[in-house]
Design a protein around this ligand. Structure first.
Ligand code: MSP
Length: 581
């Protein structure tokens, strides 16, 4: 039989961990102010919104495991603008009533989804109004605003101005030609009014320098390249106010009651409001790490840094960009009637099941498609069967009747040496050493992936290890070993110990993504809440000749299957069989 030196199998992680100072993120003691975008309140939340929030939540929870703070996670609602004014009018309600109602829906959704936000901001709050007006005064004080006649296309659903090159013509629902945004497909209208303009053009060079000096500031990398390309084009000044006669639902320009501040300036300043601007933001700024969808990249990677530079503040440390979810291959839209309600998803797949699906399948670089069967298949195979099945098998009373974390025997699973042979290794096989090597490397690998905003890859590597552990368990078939034979018992206990150790590591690493399930898993193993941080990730200490605090400890109570298998609803089964339209 081939025996491999364990040392060779202990591979280094795929890439070294980034230096925290360079990427400005997770070093112990380092501050971070993570944010989601703030959400428009013209309609209820959908799964795309939830995805933005979950990405930020997983990053926040992951950093929390690296060491206790100081970190914050801010989210909230974007409540001003023409779009909200029009949505309220269409719903026959007042803007403020609409805002209270829909903002509440977002807040409830995030609480239900276990998004661990520390701050929830509404742009209609007085603290925000004050911050925006101070910010405006700072721009004005530095001579970066001027009044001019603005003429151009405005897209209300996107709340932005577009150049001629950014629009195209398409027939509307009645077949009449109409102008739409090339990027979003939403209709645009010609506007001509006197506005305040921000001297954005003056920041083209400073923005380029900032990006060239901070190659990791926007990730994933393709989005960084997109922004650099934008900066090669013309960067015209930006209209930053609207006539109050057209837009009443917004923050008035200080000292000019005829103008309302442009909703994007208002919205972007939310990040500063949360940080305590204008009095107390220095403790948190610029430790800002924004998670944003690709559709709002220009606002965050060009307008926002330029506005910050304009008032003498640093740009954010990090911008994480994600792509979009489609449904059955189509863009989600009210008119197509295919908007997916996240609360319905929680009912169908459980909160953790749906969190897992979105974060495991969501690849920030490209759009991802949602459909029911995909969720059910993934969650059943990875959470219910692979992870839940493994826990069930190694804690079953028939295999582990005493219900304890069993002892590890060095003589059965010897520490690898360069010339290890079968005798020297006890009963462990080459594949078992590979498993130890993989799980040893896993925490660093997972952290590396989180740092690079590749949460899906972190999950992929955890699942690969879970599968390897199932292979280990199956290979040694502990159910065939006889407890009454001391030699067999020693090996049986060792197999169980190694399996439980693997599960302990997976439980700790999965906390940022499936917090409730990870808690259930770790509680079943008898791991106390204070033993679940990254400092507790030393895998299989007994193998490395160190004591294991869990050995001999009673397992936690059995509270049932770790994760319930999901069923395809009968309605869908009939649809799939073609028995229902
Ligand atoms: N209010 C602005 C953001 C201001 S931040 C200073 C806004 N709001 S939004 O409600 O339209 O979008 C909020 C987030 O949801 C954005 O990051 C956007 O990309 C994301 N999503 C909206 N639809 C989405 C999908 N279909 N899929 C994934 N995310 C999507 O923009």
């Amino acid at each position: 039989m081939l025996s491999l030196p364990a040392r060779c199998l202990l591979r280094p992680p795929r890439r070294p961990l980034p230096a925290p100072s360079r990427r400005g993120s997770s070093g112990p003691g380092r501050r971070w102010l993570l944010s989601t975008p703030i959400f428009y309140v013209n309609g209820p939340p959908h799964i795309g919104h939830l995805y933005s929030a979950l990405l930020a939540d997983a990053l926040h929870r992951h950093r929390g495991l690296l060491g206790p703070g100081p970190g914050r996670l801010a989210t909230g609602t974007d409540e001003h603008g023409l779009k909200i004014q029009q949505a309220a009018a269409a719903a026959g309600t007042s803007p403020s009533e609409l805002c209270v109602h829909v903002s509440g829906l977002f807040r409830d959704l995030f609480s239900r989804a276990a998004v661990s936000f520390t701050d929830f901001i509404r742009t209609t709050e007085p603290r925000h109004r004050r911050a925006v007006q101070c910010f405006w005064a700072a721009l004005q004080g530095r001579g970066l605003l001027y009044k001019d006649f603005y003429e151009g296309w405005y897209c209300t659903p996107d709340e932005c101005f577009l150049t001629q090159g950014q629009i195209t013509e398409r027939p509307d629902a009645q077949g009449r030609p109409c102008k739409v945004s090339l990027e979003s497909g939403h209709q645009v209208h010609w506007t001509k009014e006197e506005n305040y303009m921000f001297k954005l053009s003056e920041f083209q060079e400073p923005l380029r320098k900032w990006l060239q000096g901070n190659r990791h500031v926007i990730s994933p990398e393709p989005f960084y390249q997109v922004v650099l390309r934008w900066l090669e084009e013309d960067l015209p000044d930006l209209s930053v106010s609207r006539e109050r006669s057209r837009l009443q639902w917004g923050i008035p320009v200080p000292g000019d009651s005829t103008q309302t501040i442009y909703v994007w300036v208002d919205a972007l300043v939310n990040y500063l409001t949360v940080a305590g601007y204008p009095d107390a933001h220095h403790a948190w700024w610029p430790a800002a790490h924004h998670v944003v969808g690709k559709d709002i990249l220009k606002f965050h990677a060009i307008y926002w840094p330029a506005l910050l530079m304009a008032v003498g503040l640093d740009p954010p440390e990090q911008i994480y960009v994600h792509s979009h979810w489609t449904v059955h291959g189509q863009k989600m839209s009210k008119s197509l009637g295919n908007v997916v309600d996240p609360v319905a998803c929680f009912k169908q797949y459980t909160v953790d099941g749906f969190r897992y699906f979105l974060l495991r399948q969501g690849v920030p670089e490209r759009d991802c498609d949602y459909y029911e069967e995909k969720v059910i298949k993934l969650v059943n195979s990875e959470l219910a069967d692979a992870l839940g099945g493994l826990l069930n098998r190694c804690t079953a009373p028939s295999i582990n009747p005493s219900g304890i974390y069993p002892h590890f025997s060095e003589s059965c699973f010897r520490k690898g040496s360069d010339h290890m042979d079968v005798e020297a290794s006890g009963r462990a096989l080459a594949e078992d050493y590979e498993l130890v090597a993989s799980v040893d490397c896993l925490p660093l690998q997972v952290t590396d992936y989180f740092e690079h905003f590749q949460i899906y890859k972190a999950l992929e590597s955890v699942v690969a290890c879970v599968r390897q552990t199932n292979g280990f368990f199956q290979r040694h078939a502990p159910w065939k070993l006889c407890r009454d034979n001391p030699a067999e018992k020693c090996w049986l206990d060792t197999v169980l110990h190694v399996t439980l150790e693997c599960l302990r590591i997976y439980g700790i690493l999965l906390q940022p993504v499936i917090p409730a399930t990870a808690d259930k898993l770790l509680s079943r193993l008898g791991i106390k809440p204070e033993e679940r941080a990254f400092t507790d990730l030393t895998f299989l200490p007994r193998y490395h000749g160190k004591p294991c605090p869990f050995e001999g400890r009673r397992l936690g109570p059995d509270t049932g299957a770790l994760f319930p298998r999901l069923e395809t609803p009968r309605r869908r089964q009939l649809e799939i069989k073609g028995l229902r339209p």
